[in-house]
Design a protein around this ligand. Structure first.
Ligand SMILES: Nc1ncnc2c1ncn2[C@@H]1O[C@H](COP(=O)(O)OP(=O)(O)OP(=O)(O)O)[C@@H](O)[C@H]1O
Ligand SMILES: [Mg+2]
Length: 234
C-alpha cells in the first residue's frame, strides 16, 4: 500500500517487530505481528509471562516504537509525528487501563477522570468535559463517590474510575493491561463486563491483555502471543 491509500481499519499493525538492544545483548520480542481492528471490536491477548504482551500493547498505545513494520491508528502512522504531536495524538485517541489503577492519590475521583482533558482551552470544552465525566461516573455507578479520593474506594471502584479516565476523551482505542489482575473473581467479572460494554457503547477498539482464561473467553476475538508471534483464534 502506498501512502496515498489510507486503511479503513481503526487499528492496523503490519509486520510489527520489536527487538531490545542493550549492553547485555539483544532480545527479540515481537516478530511480524499483524492485526486489523475496527471500532466496536474487542480482542483479548493471552500468552505466557515474558511473551511480549505488554510490549505489544505499549506499541499499539504509541508509548514505545516498533523496531520494524508499521502501525496505523485511524489511518495515521503515529510514529511519524513529532514528540509533541504524538503526545497530543495519544491523549486524544488512546485510553489506558492498567493493572494498578494509576490514579493520583491527592486528587478526587472526579479530578482524576478529568486529568486527560486539562489541556482543554475554551469554557465550552471544559464544560463539555465535566459533563462527560459526570455521565461516565454515573454510568459506572460512581456518581456518589466523585468527591472521594482513590484511597477511599475499593479496588473494583478504583478500576471503574480508571475506565472513566480512559474514556473521557472519547478515544478510538481502549487498551487494558491485566485490568483484572488485582481483583477478586466477582469484581474481575464486573470490570470485564464494563470494558466490553464500553467498547460497544463508545465505539472504541478494545485490546485487553489478560492471564485470565475466564475473561478472555468472553471476548469476541482472542489471540495468543507465543514466540513473538500473534496467533488469533479462528
Ligand atoms: N527495556 C527492555 N530491555 C530488554 N528487554 C526487555 C525490556 N523490556 C522488556 N524486555 C523483555 O521483553 C520480553 C517481553 O516483556 P513483556 O513485559 O512485554 O512481557 P509480558 O508478556 O507482558 O509478560 P507478563 O505476562 O509477565 O506481564 C521479556 O523477556 C522482557 O524481559
Ligand atoms: Mg505484561
Amino acid at each position: 500500500m502506498n501512502d496515498g491509500e489510507r486503511t479503513l481499519d481503526d487499528l492496523h499493525l503490519e509486520r510489527v517487530s520489536k527487538e531490545y538492544r542493550g549492553a547485555a545483548g539483544s532480545v527479540s520480542v515481537l516478530t511480524d505481528v499483524n492485526l486489523r481492528m475496527r471500532r466496536g471490536e474487542a480482542l483479548a491477548i493471552m500468552g505466557p509471562s515474558g511473551a511480549g504482551k505488554s510490549t505489544l500493547l505499549y506499541i499499539i498505545g504509541t508509548l514505545d516504537a516498533p523496531t520494524g513494520g508499521r502501525v496505523q491508528i485511524a489511518g495515521e502512522d503515529p510514529f511519524r509525528l513529532s514528540e509533541h504531536e504524538l503526545a497530543a495524538f495519544r491523549n486524544r485517541q488512546i485510553g489506558f487501563v492498567f493493572q494498578d489503577h494509576h490514579l493520583l492519590p491527592q486528587c478526587t475521583v472526579w479530578e482524576n477522570v478529568l486529568i486527560p482533558t486539562l489541556a482543554c482551552q475554551s469554557d465550552a470544552e471544559v464544560a463539555a468535559a465535566r459533563d462527560r465525566a459526570d455521565r461516565l461516573l454515573t454510568r459506572v455507578g460512581l456518581a456518589q463517590r466523585k468527591l472521594h479520593r482513590p484511597s477511599e474506594l475499593s479496588g473494583g471502584e478504583r478500576q471503574r474510575a480508571s475506565v472513566c479516565r480512559a474514556l473521557i476523551q472519547q478515544p478510538r482505542l481502549l487498551l487494558a493491561d491485566e485490568p483484572t489482575g488485582n481483583l477478586d473473581r466477582t469484581t474481575a467479572q464486573q470490570i470485564g463486563s464494563l470494558l466490553l460494554e464500553m467498547c460497544v457503547e463508545f465505539e472504541t477498539v478494545l485490546v485487553t491483555v489478560t492471564h485470565s482464561q475466564e475473561l478472555a473467553a468472553r471476548f469476541p476475538r482472542r489471540a495468543e502471543l507465543v514466540d513473538g508471534r500473534l496467533r488469533e483464534e479462528p
